[in-house]
Design a protein around this ligand. Structure first.
Ligand code: FPP
Length: 231
């Protein structure tokens, strides 16, 4: 089962507590750890986390820089644990605009875990669903220009395989925390048939109990993928 999470509400959590926005993100990173560890117990083999969107560059540079440093130190801190637990790390998003230091650790994490098949952890950083589709279309155009592909051969699978999630299953469930009910450019193509779960809990307080609530709600749904339900 593939679960995608829009981790929202770090800032609101922090301001409610009279803390800096970064304190909210740091607490959010602890929630990330708890949720990753819970996945194996509940049949979740792929987890996609929306950590930084293509729109998040509009934030103040101090917050952006601190977030990038947090991603960097998080990856450094947990890389050995990811390797030990046979977790494959994949990055969704464009490396453009990311710092050299972050790109380096992203490349190391991707390379050193690429043979793992037990659990897939996708980190969406500088990610936008539309941007991902634009990049996929460009790759297809290049293949056509080079004569590797004919336009008449393009189908849904051709596009899926050009996305950052190439050859992964689409998300079954997308969770968004902190009460907002929108997709915000997350997995635009892949979410065509996803179920949604909206939690009022802000991300820093999202924990295993909240995660189980979301998974239980998903289990009670009938997914018909456009056919008549129940047939
Ligand atoms: C949204 O909350 C959260 C983010 C833009 C950053 C997400 C980052 C983390 C959870 C930190 C750790 C992540 C990893 C993968 C190590 P917001 O700031 O938009 O909250 P607000 O809407 O309440 O202001």
């Amino acid at each position: 089962m593939h679960v995608g999470i829009i981790m929202d509400g770090n800032g609101r959590w922090a301001s409610r507590k009279g803390l800096s926005r970064m304190a909210g993100h740091r607490k959010g990173a602890l929630a990330v750890e708890e949720i990753i560890k819970s996945c194996a117990n509940f049949g979740v083999d792929t987890l996609t986390l929306y950590a930084f969107s293509t729109e998040n560059w509009k934030r103040e540079s101090l917050e952006i820089d601190s977030l990038m440093t947090l991603f960097e130190s998080y990856l450094k801190k947990y890389l050995n644990e990811f390797i030990r637990n046979e977790i494959r790390i994949t990055f969704l998003g464009s490396r453009e605009k990311l710092s050299q230091k972050l790109i380096e650790i992203i490349n190391i994490a991707t390379e050193s875990t690429r043979h793992h098949t037990k659990f897939f952890l996708n980190l969406a950083i500088n990610y936008g669903g539309r941007d991902e589709i634009v990049r996929a279309v460009k790759k297809i155009a290049v293949d056509i220009e080079k004569g590797f592909l004919k336009s008449s051969d393009i189908d849904e699978n051709t596009i899926s395989l050009m996305l950052d999630t190439a050859s992964q299953a689409d998300p079954d469930l997308i969770i968004r925390t902190a009460g907002e009910q929108r997709l915000s450019n997350f997995l635009s193509w892949q979410s065509a048939y996803s179920e949604f779960y909206f939690s009022k809990t802000e991300w820093p307080e999202f924990n295993k109990t909240e995660f189980v609530k979301a998974l239980d709600s998903y289990k009670n749904r009938v997914r018909s993928f456009g056919a008549v339900a129940g047939e």
